[in-house]
Design a protein around this ligand. Structure first.
Ligand code: ATP
Ligand code: MG
Length: 558
């Protein structure tokens, strides 16, 4: 894996290699329109890596006036489920894309079966009775040719009969397979008589018990592409060794020539994106579910408050590469902040409060301040914030023995309470243990914004009125893993050894009342702290907010 790669974030960007290929194909007349597909296996929820594939497949088609099919690669009945089928659709639409046709590899089982018989008739496929282990050993190695199966030279008639019997359910799982007859000494291992069909007596989520033989990936994918006239079949790099086989089937079957192109899969620091491992985290209860806000799944980051806009910005910035890369998760977080900073509503929430009492405030008086929901849009909507004589501020915004450069509240010092008055700390009240429990302050009525001349002080802090504060549950999330490159888990360790024990901290926040009325539908900014989004666990009277991202970070892309 390469070093962290930020080279691809410059703007305006060059065309990527896929765009170059497509433009050349359109210009030469090799294709007259662009047809792509997104081919998830419905055996888990989509993750950030899939988002990149979705942005590419749907994005390229959109860019060149083409279409994209959603095609479920559902050839393994044992691991697949309709729960995943539905979740995948929801996630694609959430990202803002719409497929042309919703299709399933299983829609083509009859056609694929016909093509398998066609290969048998052409002498290009045979039924093998060897065990899985014998087949594996017979393949040889990269520097040693394989050994032909003793069943390799069966007659066409015998092969047809056996294959039909396989289909009819005469044999048990693993008893026989159908293999292509190509070259047991081929330098590309893929060509050493690859498996085409295996027996699996299992119910399929769509075809039920109609089939007990199922086609292998290599015998399925290219043919499905061909049936749908996919012009550019984009997949991840590890499939480049499959490409010649993809082409071989198309050639031998004499069908419409789809082509496959590979790009580097997305890997992110501190992140795992293997569905198998994500499933294990869910099943072992190490996270609360597929949509745990710490998960890299699309439903997880959605619950975390990441927006489709931020994900698309990220995919655009990382670009498309032909070499594997480990991208910095901070770039994604940066995109999230960029997007939310521009459009999220602002509210004040105090997380670790200390009480402020205004000794010169008229008892019982409430003053409502009109505060912009987004300061970038001062003419836009506002919210009303109540100000009273007893307030809460952040404990960290007060310091008793403050250094000179501390511009927030200190004994005898002044600070502005955001949107409102300047206050001065007159007295510090502590409990028996010496912990500060109350700050007696005075406010300067002449410093109300808009009332007379503006007097400025160096510090401005957020606050809430005690009488109006709403307690909300805050779920503070951090990275799920502590290892930056999760592909480098040492051999004597397990990836679960790198789970971050502090990835979730639950605390209480005290919010201005308008927060609970927010109807923006996206994450909001808790002023001076971070972005938070309301969670589905919220109940009437008990709102729950997930931390989406901190407000600032030293990270800058480039
Ligand atoms: P996983 O290894 O997480 O199980 P997969 O490749 O088996 O992923 P599929 O459902 O087969 O998952 O993937 C659907 C599409 O998404 C494929 O075209 C695949 O290449 C692409 N894809 C999967 N993971 C990534 C990734 N990390 N980056 C880019 N594309 C990906
Ligand atoms: Mg797969």
């Amino acid at each position: 894996m390469e070093e962290l790669d930020h080279n691809s974030v410059e703007e305006p960007r060059k065309r990527n290699f896929l765009e170059e290929i497509i433009e050349a194909d359109l210009a030469s007349g090799k294709v007259d329109s662009v047809m792509t597909r997104f081919p998830p296996e419905p055996n888990g929820y989509l993750h950030l890596g899939h988002a990149k594939s979705i942005c590419l497949n749907f994005g390229l088609a959109r860019q060149y006036g083409g279409k994209t099919n959603l095609r479920y690669d559902d050839t393994n009945p044992v691991k697949e489920d309709v729960e995943y089928v539905d979740a995948i659709k929801e996630d694609i639409q959430w990202l803002g894309f719409q497929w042309d046709k919703e299709l399933y590899a299983s829609d083509y089982f009859d056609q694929l079966y016909e093509w398998a018989e066609d290969l048998i008739r052409k002498g290009l496929a045979y039924v093998d009775d060897q065990t899985q282990e014998e087949i594996r050993l017979g393949r040889g190695t990269v520097d040693r040719p394989g050994t032909p199966s003793p069943y390799r030279d069966r007659s066409v008639e015998e092969n047809l009969r056996l294959f039909r019997e396989m289909k009819a359910g005469k044999y048990a799982d693993g008893e026989k397979v159908l293999r292509a007859k190509i070259d047991m000494a081929h330098p590309n291992m893929m060509f050493r008589d690859p498996l085409l069909y295996r027996i699996k007596h299992a119910s399929h989520h769509r075809t039920g018990d109609k089939w007990c033989i199922y086609p292998m990936y290599d015998f399925t994918h290219g043919q499905c592409d061909s049936i749908e006239h996919i012009t550019h079949s984009i997949c991840t790099l590890e499939f480049d060794v499959h490409r010649p086989l993809y082409d071989w089937f198309i050639e031998k079957l004499g069908i419409w020539p789809s082509h496959q192109y590979e790009f580097a899969r997305l890997n992110l620091t501190y992140t795992l994106m293997s569905k198998r491992k994500l499933l294990e985290l869910v099943q072992k209860g190490l996270v609360s579910g597929w949509d745990d806000p710490r998960m890299p799944t699309l439903c997880g980051v959605r619950r975390r408050g990441y927006t489709p806009e931020a994900l698309k910005m990220f995919c655009e910035k990382i670009g498309v590469s032909k070499r594997d890369q480990l991208m910095d998760i901070q770039l994604l977080e940066w995109c999230v902040r960029q997007d939310l900073n521009a459009r999220s509503n602002r509210y004040m929430v105090v997380q670790d409060p200390v009480k402020v009492t205004l000794t010169n405030w008229e008892p019982g008086k409430v003053e409502w301040f009109d505060c912009p929901l987004n300061p970038a849009d001062p003419e836009g909507a506002s919210r009303k914030v109540p100000f009273t004589g007893e307030l809460l501020i952040e404990r960290a915004d007060f310091m008793e023995d403050a250094p000179k450069k501390f511009f927030r509240l200190k004994p005898g010092g002044e600070v502005r309470l955001k949107y409102t008055y300047i206050i001065k700390c007159e007295e510090v009240i502590k409990d028996a243990d010496g912990k500060v429990v109350e700050l007696k302050c005075t406010y300067d009525p002449t410093t109300r914004p808009g009332a007379g001349e503006w007097r400025s002080v160096k510090g401005t802090i957020h606050w809430v009125s005690t009488a109006y504060a709403q307690a909300v549950e805050l779920r503070l999330y951090d990275r799920l893993f502590t290892l930056a490159d999760m592909s480098a888990v040492p051999e004597d360790k397990d990836y679960k050894d790198f789970l971050n024990p502090a990835s979730l901290v639950v605390t209480t926040g005290y919010a201005e009342p308008a927060l609970l009325e927010d109807a923006s539908g996206i994450a909001v900014q808790f002023e001076r702290t971070g972005y938070f989004v309301k969670d589905k666990d919220s109940q009437p009277g008990k709102a729950v907010f997930n931390k989406t991202a901190s407000l600032k970070d030293s990270y800058k892309p480039e």
